[in-house]
Design a protein around this ligand. Structure first.
Ligand SMILES: [Zn+2]
Length: 398
């Protein structure tokens, strides 16, 4: 593989949407996205792939096997970025896929599977929901819902566009994605590769603490029903529980609303949103039970819990994990098997086929930021590993 040439190709796309501060903004369906889409298509064609663009702006590159009835190995990630994002998030997985295909072509290595590289649109949070392109491809967007179609129309999309972007998922072998870690585990440990064993599920609860507003000067401590103090105790317990559980359990209160939120008034009501994430659904359930149980000790403050969002965890295919582990050991690559705390296109793809994911380190765990960085040598280790993984997965009966 020609590392310098790959780097040049990478930045010829990464630089589209570059801001003055060095960050990159390439939002779905933006002028920058359209420009990157055309450039990516050309890049795929230069690598020897036949290409197609679907109506929601996903770019597909094909490398056909000699056997027309063969199954297809898919590789992909996303071409869009957040506002003022980094160069590597998403794009790296597309480049890795295309370079894998190019290397197969140039070395004359024939796969028994077809290979398809996909650059997805709209993976980052947006009005049509995150992982938009991959969910369209898997038929997971609510294309019959009028409210949703109205939002889609704002991007110039019709119901037919959404429906026509659905891929035929028959005869698909698996989906592989290389991505930056977006956390600091690998960088800190000095490891080059993370083999993802699953993408964590998450549950969000709206928790309301009910107390009584009263005068902050005349109400003695023993007579107070301070909802905010109660909520603070609950938060501290959630934090303690998460640390106690270990196993990558995380708990976050990202949003709090205090009523009446005034000086000299004891808070009578507090609403907070708790988000917990883990790979193990049962652990998430147990956490909730323990926290609700603890909340009953906080009388006279009472609590109500309302589930807002629930996303189930997705596990990566054991056979693929094993293949990647074997390759890392063989090539003396420092790696670890780890869950992904962030959502990826792989989550949508997992609805229809086995998935496998490879992480490369993110410097200091910084992502969704112009300072996002992975050394080029780490990038190349990831790309070469993906190439070897495809050759090895090709021999499995997936
Ligand atoms: Zn991403």
């Amino acid at each position: 593989m020609d590392s310098d040439k790959i780097r040049k190709n990478f930045f010829s796309i990464a630089d589209i949407g570059r801001n003055e501060d060095g960050s990159i903004t390439r939002l779905l369906f933006s002028k920058e996205y359209e420009e990157a889409k055309i450039r990516t298509r050309t890049y795929m064609e230069e690598a020897g792939l036949a290409t197609a663009i679907d109506p929601v702006g996903n770019i597909h590159g094909f490398l056909q096997s000699e056997d027309p009835d063969a199954k297809t190995i898919l590789i992909g990630s996303h071409l869009d970025t957040v506002i003022q994002g980094g160069a590597y998030d998403g794009l790296l997985g597309i480049i890795a896929g295309v370079e894998t295909a190019r290397e197969l072509e140039e070395t004359g290595h024939k796969l028994t599977h077809h290979l398809e590289i996909i650059a997805f649109n709209g993976e980052e949070g947006n009005d049509l929901g995150g992982t938009f392109g991959s969910r369209c491809a898997m038929g997971l967007v609510p294309a019959e819902d009028n409210a949703y179609l109205k939002k889609a129309k704002a991007f110039g999309l019709t119901k037919e566009d959404l429906l026509k972007s659905r891929m035929n998922t028959k005869n698909k072998s698996c989906f592989l994605e290389l991505h930056i870690e977006q956390g600091n585990t690998l960088w800190q440990a000095g490891e080059e590769i993370g083999i993802v064993n699953g993408i964590v599920g998450l549950v969000r609860y709206k928790i309301t603490a009910w107390g009584q507003s009263n005068h902050a000067g005349t109400t003695m401590m023993e007579h107070r029903k301070d909802a905010l103090t109660g909520m603070a105790k609950l938060m501290a317990e959630a934090d303690r529980l998460a640390r106690d559980y270990g196993n990558h359990m995380v708990a976050t209160f990202g949003k709090v609303e205090v009523t009446p939120n005034a000086v000299a008034v004891i808070p009578g009501k507090v609403e907070a949103v708790l988000e917990i994430r883990n790979l193990d659904e049962q652990l998430l359930e147990r956490f909730y039970e323990e926290l609700t149980c603890f909340s009953q000790e906080l009388m006279p403050i009472t609590f109500t819990f309302e589930k807002l969002v629930e996303k189930t965890p997705q596990t990566c295919d054991e056979r693929i994990i094993e293949v990647i582990e074997r390759l890392c050991s063989k090539k003396d690559i420092a790696y670890r098997v780890m869950p992904s705390g962030a959502t990826h296109d792989s989550v949508a793809m997992a609805d229809q086929m086995p998935i496998g994911m490879i992480f490369v380190p993110s410097k200091d765990g910084i992502s969704h930021n112009g300072a996002e960085y992975t050394t080029w040598s780490q990038v190349m280790t990831g790309i070469r590993l993906l190439y070897e993984t495809v050759k090895a997965v090709d021999k499995l009966h997936i």
